[in-house]
Design a binder for this molecule. Structure first.
Ligand SMILES: Nc1nc(C(F)(F)F)ncc1COP(=O)(O)OP(=O)(O)O
Ligand SMILES: [Mg+2]
Length: 226
């Protein structure tokens, strides 16, 4: 969405994937608004609203929470992405949507949202190249490590799957996801990811500002001695 400056001069979108926070009310130790605000202050560059699972809020509360979180993102010029939910994406005019292999097909989603950021989950090279061919703006690749956040996770792949994707010519932005912590984030970036997506490492921390900040300082430290 040009008005928010995500399009580079070449006209394609600039997608700030380096520290991508994902959360819903069910992931948070404190109020989601507080966690998001603090995590942005700590260096989060992109946000996905993911309200999912048996304790997920009913639609009206989900929408109202999404609006409050979207406002925080807009105040900080951070892209606001919705997980799965086509209707919510449209109702809020979100900056983008993230879909998995079992959600609506990318072709349909792209037809509905030609100018929004559309992210796709990919677990292997085949899924990644199909999504790239069909016009995904970025790939969420994982699970990198074991996670308790998503009960229906696929087999843990490790960062090597990102290396394989890069080797096979996947050029579009990739963010690693799944059990990423301060201790194991480096391997994901070294494998060729443009950023890391986190839920619990920030939402379950007693200091979300500190938790976000540690990912950023770690990263810059690593880039210095790369
Ligand atoms: N939500 C996600 N966000 C990302 C992102 F790239 F944004 F980091 N990557 C992967 C997923 C997982 O997406 P999906 O496989 O549909 O499962 P769920 O809908 O339960 O999240
Ligand atoms: Mg999904």
């Amino acid at each position: 969405d040009e008005s928010l400056g995500f399009s580079s001069e070449r006209g394609d979108k600039v997608i700030p994937l380096s520290l991508y926070l994902i959360l819903g009310s069910q992931n948070c130790k404190y109020a989601p608004e507080f966690v998001l605000q603090e995590a942005i202050r700590g260096g989060v560059t992109m946000f996905q609203f993911r309200e999912k699972g048996e304790s997920a809020l009913p639609y009206r509360e989900k929408r109202d929470l999404a609006k409050r979180l979207q406002q925080i993102c807009q105040n900080n010029d951070i892209p606001f992405i919705v997980n799965d939910d086509i209707e919510l994406t449209r109702e809020l005019n979100a900056d983008g949507i993230h879909i998995g292999q079992d959600d609506r097909p990318l072709k349909d989603v792209r037809a509905w949202f030609p100018d929004k950021i559309v992210g796709v989950s990919a677990h292997d090279v085949g899924e990644a190249s199909k999504a790239m061919r069909e016009g995904a703006d970025y790939l969420g690749v994982g699970p990198m490590y074991h996670t308790d956040t998503k009960p229906d996770i696929e087999l843990v792949k490790g960062p090597a799957v990102i290396q394989a994707m890069r080797k096979s010519g996947i050029q579009i932005p990739i963010v690693g996801i799944g059990g990423i912590t301060h201790a194991n984030a480096e391997a994901v970036l070294r494998a060729g990811a443009d950023g890391i997506a986190v839920i619990s490492a920030i939402t379950k921390d007693q200091d979300p500002y500190q938790a976000a900040q540690m990912f950023c300082t770690d990263k810059t430290k690593r880039l210095d001695n790369k």
